[in-house]
Design a protein around this ligand. Sequence first.
Ligand code: ADP
Length: 303
Amino acid sequence: FAINMNQLQLDEELGKGNYGTVKKVLHKPTNVTMAMKEIRLELEDAKLNAIIMELDVLHRAVAPEIVEFYGAFFIESCVYYCMEYMDAGSLDKLQAAGVPEDVLARIAASMVRGLKFLKDELNVIHRDVKPTNVLVSRKGQIKLCDFGISGELDKSLAKTNIGCQSYMAPERIKGESQNNLGTYTVSSDVWSLGLSMIEIGLGRYPYPPETYSNVFAQLTAIVHGDPPELPEDKYGDTARSWVALCLRKDPEKRATYQELLAHPFLVHDRESSVDMVGWVKRSLDWKKAAALEAAKALLPQSV
Ligand code: ADP
């Protein structure tokens, strides 16, 4: 069925992305809470229609590791994209202190299964794997969102997508500078996956903070520097070797999803029980306390 704006009751804002805001909404006919992403595009109706049609493929993207798509519509050059509401938000905001190894393994396993599903079942390469595109629920579920399903939408957004923290694989950076687009392969997603794992493990973006405000320095470090590693004092050899397989600079030498799933790090995860619900709860409590501290710091001192 098709969703339209009249059926939605708008609730709070969940976050702001590069292209617009995400709001919590209630779909009144079904009483389902959803997340609605507004993407502002200055395009004519024909192009917007093409985008909506391409997004239709998403109805087939049903897997436990993929954020469910409910439907999309457009109003005055904005695309509104309705998806499953994930009540613990994105992974980047839950990981400030770094996560325990068993939780990291569970997150890694979910992401690999999700990426493998997209490739095998829909022939889709994600193209934008990073912690902000991994959503979490209080039930402890880990799901991927924001994958490049719509070529038309990608084209309309591509030029504005220069972040201050790049998850792009070295070959992508080199390829782009030679104007050699169209070389995106699964292995570039594997790099971004490895980098995301290190960010989650460290609690910060892995390349040095000096490079956050200097895109050129950052891209140079990715292309010419050694790949980052998980910290030795917090993670065992199995976890560290798994991540290293994702971050081989030569894309040909990087592990495939099959190999990543067969690695002891993820084999062990399948056999263990991990308290993901407890971890999500502690992370949300910590996030709330940190927000409260920050708010207090802004208040004038009482005398
Ligand atoms: P970006 O452009 O950085 O990928 P998005 O526009 O996708 O960001 O999302 C902005 C923020 O909105 C996210 O960081 C997340 O906190 C929140 N958000 C996005 N989608 C959902 C969802 N389905 N459920 C809950 N929160 C979401």
